[in-house]
Design a binder for this molecule. Sequence first.
Ligand SMILES: *Cc1c(COP(=O)(O)O)cnc(C)c1O
Length: 444
Amino acid sequence: MHFYTVNMALSFVRSAELQQRAERFLPGGVDSPVRAFRAVGGHPPFVQSAAGAYLVDADGNRFVDMFGSWGPMLLGHAFPPAVAAIREAAGLSASFGASTAAEADLAELVERCYPSIEKLRFVSSGTEACMSAIRLARGFTGRPFVIKFEGCYHGHADALLVKAGSGVATFGIPGSAGVPAETVMHTLALPYNDLAAVEAAFDAHPEQIACVILEPVVGNAGTIPPLPGYLAALRSLTRKHGALLIFDEVMVGFRLAAGGAQELFASELGGLPDLTTLGKIVGGGLPVGVFGGRAEIMDCLAPLGPVYQAGTLSGNPLAMAAGIATLRALLDGRSEIYPKLEKTTAAIANGVARLAAELGIALTTNRVGSMFTWFFTPEKVTDFASASTSDTAAFARFHRAMLEHGVWLPPSQYEAAFVSAQHGEAEVDLVLNAAREALKAAIS
Ligand SMILES: *Cc1c(COP(=O)(O)O)cnc(C)c1O
């Protein structure tokens, strides 16, 4: 058990130097924009290593990790079975560009968790998974339009980069430069949790809508759960209109339950999604994405069907090995892992909510299982518009103060925080102690 005293004056000197050097070679010093901390200010710490629930930076500071590599590290950092599996696979060569037994092994584990997935294909990122699922849905239905929801992020493919939540919301740009209007003319972005908008879109484009894609629990606008009946209504509306329902479970897959959101909401869903996209946890920290679903649809992919999709590093043996080790541990340990995640995350999310209430700070806490967001707003947050009422300046002060007190939250109001199975009572105490000070900073 590690106990360390909260250090009030962490030094970030080495990280600042590394940032300066990185900025000479990389735009903004980063390979993914939100890592640059522009929404919260200050220098992002450069990570040296991580183990369990902790990150260690280049200055030797230790942080309770509350973003888990943006989702993948459900079992904690340097999870020993995954480390061993990656080492072993690496010794056999990092890539072949030919089939290996491991691909079917991981596919079988995924399909055991997800009954809706009869067949699947591996890719190297969540972006690729969603972009390929859309192409497949269009190819299968022969229809052009896609319905997505404001605040939902499905990766950075052109056609999906419309009202896409966190990354773009953080920077206040509507979509992205470099995406021609023609590329998104078949993308309909509707408010989340609003069924009338979906019905109106189906009425406006009869037999033209290929699919509805959504985060069944939104994470990329901060955490926003579906209202009761919403998912079931989307299932029945898509079925009625001959469109496919795609659950983007890149973030929530294996996190909310071994079978993700579709397991968590199974009793009220009234049917399974036609296609599902996965990523993050399924690769155990290595780059893996998955799209899969009904065999009839998946068999439209080349080489069996006319929808083209390919990847040099798809099904990469190191990534498969890490995924297999992770999913095996999840399936073996599910009866302990998920109750523990629930308990730890509730203690952290509700504990800080209570501290905020004591200080008279208006905080709306949305949580589903081991993902949650503290929105700095008195409003109920049910969609992107209500999430946007948050006081992002207060969040930025809170974030910086939490970091100074040894807790690393995701660096944007519009991101979900994550807890791992390696977080426990010691980490609950550290987060609550840090928050006691950081909340005061947030309102000062
Ligand atoms: C992270 C994420 C993606 C994109 O995955 P990448 O691996 O970053 O390309 C897509 N959809 C959702 C819901 C995500 O959270």
